[in-house]
Design a protein around this ligand. Structure first.
Ligand code: IMP
Ligand code: MG
Length: 177
């Protein structure tokens, strides 16, 4: 399928799968016997979470949050609104947040503080991609898939204006939106 706005592939489906399998092994080893709660951040993390989930060989539960940040379509302002909160009481729980991509880090920084205030046993971050050069705040990422340059990416759950989420690989956008 030729997509005019899509530039070259950054990571193929196979490359992503191999890396996700590694992350799943590490998470399984770290949380064996501890009733892990994985919190997927909608919508972008849905593909990543589904792939990760199937490779975990520990007992694990799932919940989801949806966040919206005020700002333009492609840039975060740092003011985050919770559109859908957790159904789960995370008091005393071991939580791993599963996110597609960290850009400025403002969204995750906010979310981390918000979840830590609820009295969990632990909260860690698992992010498939990290645009390190674009980070404005330092976010402690325990499980990181790939570090990428400051390009706008789509596919594998990630969108540009709700498009391209279903691409089975990660690609850069031709025109930087
Ligand atoms: P941050 O608060 O700047 O770290 O924003 C992170 C969120 O912005 C991600 O979870 C994505 O939803 C979105 N985002 C940032 N960069 C991209 C990108 O290159 N492609 C798709 N979504 C992005
Ligand atoms: Mg996101």
């Amino acid at each position: 399928m030729a997509e005019p706005e899509i530039e070259g592939t950054l990571f193929t489906g196979e490359q992503i799968k191999a890396r996700v399998d590694e992350l799943a092994r590490r998470i399984s080893d770290d949380y064996r016997g501890s009733r892990l709660l994985l919190v997927g951040i909608l919508k972008g993390a849905f593909v990543f979470l589904a792939e990760l989930a199937r490779e975990l060989d520990i007992e694990v539960e799932f919940d989801f949050m949806a966040l919206s940040s005020y700002g333009s379509m492609t840039k975060t302002s740092g003011v985050v609104r919770i559109l859908k909160d957790l159904d789960t009481d995370i008091t005393g729980r071991n939580v791993v947040i599963v996110e597609d991509l960290i850009d400025t880090g403002l969204t995750l920084n906010y979310l981390l503080r918000s979840l830590e205030a609820r009295g969990p046993e632990s909260v860690e971050i698992c992010a498939l991609l990290n645009k390190r050069v674009a980070n404005k705040v330092e976010v402690p990422i325990k499980y990181e898939g790939f570090s990428i340059p400051d390009v706008f990416v789509v596919g594998y759950g990630m969108d540009y204006a709700e498009r391209y989420r279903n691409l089975p690989y990660i690609a850069g956008m031709k025109r930087q939106p």
